[in-house]
Every structure is written in structure tokens, then in C-alpha cells.
Design a protein around this ligand. Structure first.
Ligand code: GLC
Length: 560
């Protein structure tokens, strides 16, 4: 099977001249696309800009030199981490070790680096699929390389996964949607015939056979990060990338029986890839969905094929942000309102729209909720609210501006006031709290890996450090990130970069955690580099769109 993408590999880097239009795209206001009278909206100072000018860190280069249209990494072609080379203070010794470990995890296809292996843990008796390049795991690696001025590997990865998307995907006798992106892929080297072959997993070999809904979203988000970081629009503009985006979008924008704008998902279709009771409308996917839609909107061409998608995205974004900001948001006031909900309201003016029984509110949430602070809860479905906190969903919501600025600040308030629960001794809990006993049996199906405070069930994942740091920078609270990074630096290297930690405080290296887990390494590097140079934030953050201001009135969602 031919593995090269005709014509695309040749699309060279175009560093100058094209980045202005990208900045315009970022400022892309939905009002321009809607058939409404247009207000003359003044260009808003972006969060990225604000966080830059209001933060007192990493400004050694001076604001005058910052090109806000794209956030360049370091000096292309250099192997030394630019973050350590250009800063006045000494880098932490862990940084050099991390770079070395990250480079050891590189995977090559016909001599070209195309990704990073999930874990370089040869000591482990079972390799399982940790010798593969996972799409979601590669994201922090990609960001580290972009920030270090090494975009080529990211481009290679984007092209290889795009090529894999084109495969016909079958599980037994069932054909998967065309746009599905793989969860992971592997390069098979044949030393005798001297050939390299790609094999991919779209969920058919994964434990539980679940397809990764997040892969396609991460692919789009990464394509934008690459474009933003390099200023090279030529990759995103190729017919192949445009088609790849449209195929992903076709999967998640198709009309069905839905009454909600959120995306209906199977359990285990994201980073939490085992049964953990997150089927329905999990925040982890909704936040990525929102961010991917916004990134796609900035990159899709308004040609005959793209135009229709642009229109569908715009409508969906409006509905989705309204829904999420209104119904997923929980703070002290909201909790009190739900606690006093009437049930069985039948009318368009119902306050308790999903007929949630106040008795289903778990005890822990009353103590957990601070007076100041709030978060997007795990899931909202008919008569079902999952009150658990999920880190990735909340931080991606901040980065994509799915949250309002007030909600973003409230999430950071919650992290600060519930530090012990959410960060503990090792950043960061994947979700909170853990489920135990009878509930654990029912929800996880007695999964021995997901026992309480372990792995996906309230375990602590160092990779989440980069998301926390990005959210901290965006909300102007770098000190929180610094505190978390300090914690990680006391243990991560010494423990040989574990995949996750166990326990209520995250004190113990995870029961079955891999060592030399690549995204733990890359996540640390990205967090460090962003804190040192906050202009990197731009590649993974989108400023608020003023057209999406919330109207949080519980009785106004029905319109004829
Ligand atoms: C585990 C994680 C998943 C990750 C994979 C490779 O299955 O749950 O999120 O992508 O390991 O690291």
C-alpha cells in the first residue's frame, strides 16, 4: 500500500507573508457570518495579549518584539531547547533530561520523524499498545516541538494521520464513518526487506473496542497550532487538509434525533478510554468539540465545499455555547437552585429542564463547592447530572473560551480553594471524586485498573500539567501553575516520569503506571516553556467571541 500523500509532502514551509490572514481568522467574528445587522465591533484585545501585558513573567524579550499574529517557537533547526537557551535564569536540570527522553521516544517512518511512542517502558512486562503513537498523546509532544522551533515532525504527523483517515475502516462487518481518525498507529520496520509499513487502530483493537472521538478534534486543534506557530498557511490550505477537516466535521455535525447541541458519545471515547460512566454528553468531549469547531472555522476555506460547513459550524457554536454555559455550569448559587428544583414540570417554561431529581445530588458536592468558584460538571442528560469534576474538559473550556471570562476565573478560584482535592501532592486529578464500592462495581463493571483514586478513577496525571498551566496563563494566574510545576519537579524525574499517580493526594506511583510515559515528559516541558514565554499560549488558546455572550435564563430556550 502506498504510504506517501501525493503532492502534499512537497508543500514547503512558508514563514512570511501569510500570517496576517491567520490573525484575522482568529478574530473571526461570528457576526460576519450570520444574517444579522452587523455591529461595528472594535477589535478586542485578546486574552493572549492581555495575559502577556499583565503578566510579569517571561518578558525578557520585551513586548515590542512580540509578534502577536503568530507565536513562533525557537530557532528552527537547533536541537537545544530554545527555552533554556534564551532565558536569563538557569533552567531546571529536569528540562534537559526531559528533552533527551522526549527525543528517545521519537518514531520514524522512512527516515522521517512522524510521532512519539506512548511510553518507552521496556521494563514493563506487558507492552500492550504503549509502543504506538497515540494521537491524543502526541499533542503535548507536538506543542513542545513547535515551541522549540521544530515544526517538521508535527507536519509529518498531521500528514500521516490524515493519510490513515483515508483508510477503509471496518470492525467485523461494520464500516466506520469515513472521517474517523485513528486512536493510534505504529510503524513496522522490516529490516530484511528494508521497508516501513504503517498500521493503525481505530478502536478495533483497543480494550473495549471504543472509537476515539477525541482524535479528530485533536487533529484539527493541532493543525491550527501548527499554522499559528509557524505562520505557514499552506498546509491547512491544501485540498487534502480541507477535506480531512470536512470529513471529521461531517461525522459530528450530521443531523439526527438530538434535542441538544452537545455530541452524544459512548463511554471511553476520550482520554478516559475505559468504562467510567462518561457516556452521554461528557464535558471532556464537548469542550474539545467546541474548540475543534472554532479552529476549523478559522481554517476552512469558503469555497463551494467549505461554505456549507462554515454555516453549520456557526449555528452549532451558538447553540453549543449557550447550552454549555447555561446547563453545565455549577457554582454555589446554581447548586442551591438545583437543590430546590421542582420536578415533573411539563411546559416550555420549565425551570428544571432535564427533570433532575434533587435527591440525585451526591453528598460530596455540597462540601466540595466553595462559596467562590465553579466549574462545568461532567455530564448533563435527561434526569442525569454527573457532578464530577473533570480537569481536561474544564481547562479546554477555558482555552477555547467556551467559558465566559467570569466562568474561567471561577474555575481557577475552585482550583485554588480545592487545591488538596484537585492537585494534592502531584498535579493533577483526572477527575474528582473517585467512585467507590457498589457504585464502582456498577459504573466501571468492576474494572480492577480503575479502583478508587487510581488511573481514570481519580488518579493524578502529570500530563494535565500543561493544560493547567495554559489555563493559568490565560486567566492571568501564573502563580498557580508555578506552584503545581514545583510539586511535579520534586518527584517526576526521580520516579522516572510515571503515567499516573494513585491515592487521594496522588502520593503513590500508579499501580500499573508505565514509566517514561511520553506525555508526562512532554506535558512538563510544555508547561515550563509556556510559563517562561507566555506568547506560546496563542497556539492553543482562542480569544472570546463576543457574539457568544450567555443568556442564562432557565426558561428561555424554547423558540418556535
Ligand atoms: C491509556 C490512556 C489513554 C492514552 C493511552 C496511551 O489507555 O487512558 O488516554 O492515550 O493510555 O498513553
Amino acid at each position: 500500500m502506498g504510504v506517501e500523500l501525493g503532492g502534499m509532502e512537497g508543500a514547503g514551509l512558508r514563514n512570511v507573508g501569510s500570517h496576517c490572514s491567520l490573525a484575522e481568522m482568529d478574530d473571526f467574528n461570528l457576526s460576519r457570518l450570520l444574517d444579522k445587522p452587523k455591529l461595528n465591533i472594535e477589535r478586542q484585545r485578546s486574552f493572549d495579549e492581555r495575559s502577556l501585558s499583565e503578566l510579569s513573567i517571561g518578558l525578557a524579550r520585551g513586548l515590542d518584539h512580540l509578534d502577536l499574529t503568530y507565536s513562533p517557537g525557537g530557532r528552527s533547526g537547533f536541537d537545544t531547547p530554545s527555552s533554556s537557551a534564551r532565558n536569563s535564569f538557569e533552567p531546571h536540570p529536569m528540562v534537559a533530561e526531559a528533552w533527551e527522553a522526549l527525543r528517545r521516544s521519537l518514531v520514524y517512518f522512512r527516515g522521517q520523524p512522524v510521532g512519539t511512542i506512548a511510553a518507552y517502558d521496556h521494563a514493563s512486562e506487558e507492552v500492550l499498545n504503549y509502543d504506538q503513537v497515540f494521537v491524543r498523546d502526541f499533542v503535548p509532544s507536538a506543542l513542545a516541538f513547535l515551541m522549540n522551533g521544530e515544526p517538521d515532525i508535527v507536519k509529518n504527523f498531521l500528514l500521516k494521520t490524515l493519510y490513515l483517515q483515508g483508510w477503509e475502516k471496518r470492525i467485523d462487518r461494520f464500516k466506520l464513518g469515513e472521517g474517523a481518525m485513528p486512536a493510534s498507529f505504529k510503524v513496522l520496520h522490516d529490516p530484511v526487506r528494508k521497508t516501513d509499513t504503517l498500521i493503525a487502530d481505530f478502536g478495533e483493537s483497543a480494550i473495549g473496542r471504543v472509537a476515539p472521538v477525541d482524535s479528530g478534534f485533536w487533529w484539527i486543534i493541532l493543525l491550527r497550532a501548527y499554522t499559528k506557530s509557524t505562520g505557514d498557511l499552506s498546509l491547512a490550505e491544501t485540498p487534502e487538509c480541507q477535506k480531512g477537516m470536512r470529513l471529521i466535521l461531517a461525522l459530528c455535525l450530521s443531523a439526527g434525533f438530538d434535542t441538544f447541541p452537545t455530541l452524544l458519545c459512548a463511554d471511553g471515547c476520550s482520554m478516559i478510554d475505559r468504562r467510567m460512566g462518561i457516556y452521554g454528553y461528557p464535558i471532556e468531549i464537548q469542550a474539545l468539540f467546541f474548540m475543534a469547531l472554532r479552529c476549523a472555522l478559522a481554517m476552512l476555506k469558503h469555497d463551494a465545499e467549505g461554505k456549507e460547513f462554515v454555516e453549520r459550524i456557526v449555528k452549532r457554536l451558538h447553540a453549543l455555547s449557550y447550552h454549555m454555559r447555561s446547563y453545565f455550569w455549577l457554582d454555589f448559587q446554581q447548586l442551591n437552585d438545583i437543590y430546590r428544583f421542582k420536578t415533573e414540570e411539563y411546559s416550555h417554561t420549565a425551570v428544571n429542564k432535564f427533570n433532575v431529581m434533587p435527591d440525585s445530588i451526591p453528598e460530596w458536592v455540597f462540601d466540595f463547592m466553595p462559596t467562590r468558584g465553579g466549574y462545568f460538571i461532567g455530564n448533563v442528560s435527561p434526569a442525569g447530572m454527573d457532578f464530577r469534576w473533570f480537569a481536561l474538559g474544564n481547562f479546554v473550556a477555558i482555552l477555547s473560551s467556551l467559558t465566559t471570562p467570569e466562568q474561567s476565573a471561577a474555575i481557577m478560584d475552585l482550583v485554588e480553594s480545592r487545591w488538596e482535592e484537585l492537585v494534592g501532592e502531584m498535579p493533577l486529578k483526572i477527575c474528582y471524586p473517585a467512585i467507590e464500592s457498589h457504585e464502582w462495581r456498577i459504573v466501571t463493571g468492576c474494572d480492577p485498573k480503575n479502583t478508587r483514586w487510581s488511573y481514570h478513577n481519580g488518579g493524578s496525571w502529570p500530563v494535565l500539567l500543561w493544560l493547567l498551566t495554559a489555563a493559568c496563563i490565560k486567566t492571568g494566574r501564573p502563580q498557580i501553575a508555578r506552584r503545581a510545576i514545583d510539586l511535579a519537579e520534586t518527584r517526576l524525574l526521580k520516579d522516572n516520569w510515571p503515567e499516573y499517580y494513585d491515592g487521594k493526594l496522588g502520593r503513590y506511583v500508579g499501580k500499573q503506571a508505565r514509566k517514561l510515559q511520553t506525555w508526562s515528559i512532554a506535558g512538563y516541558l510544555v508547561a515550563k516553556m509556556m510559563l517562561e514565554d507566555p506568547s506560546h499560549l496563542g497556539m492553543i488558546s482562542l480569544e472570546e467571541d463576543k457574539q457568544m455572550k450567555p443568556v442564562i435564563k432557565r426558561s428561555s430556550s424554547w423558540t418556535c
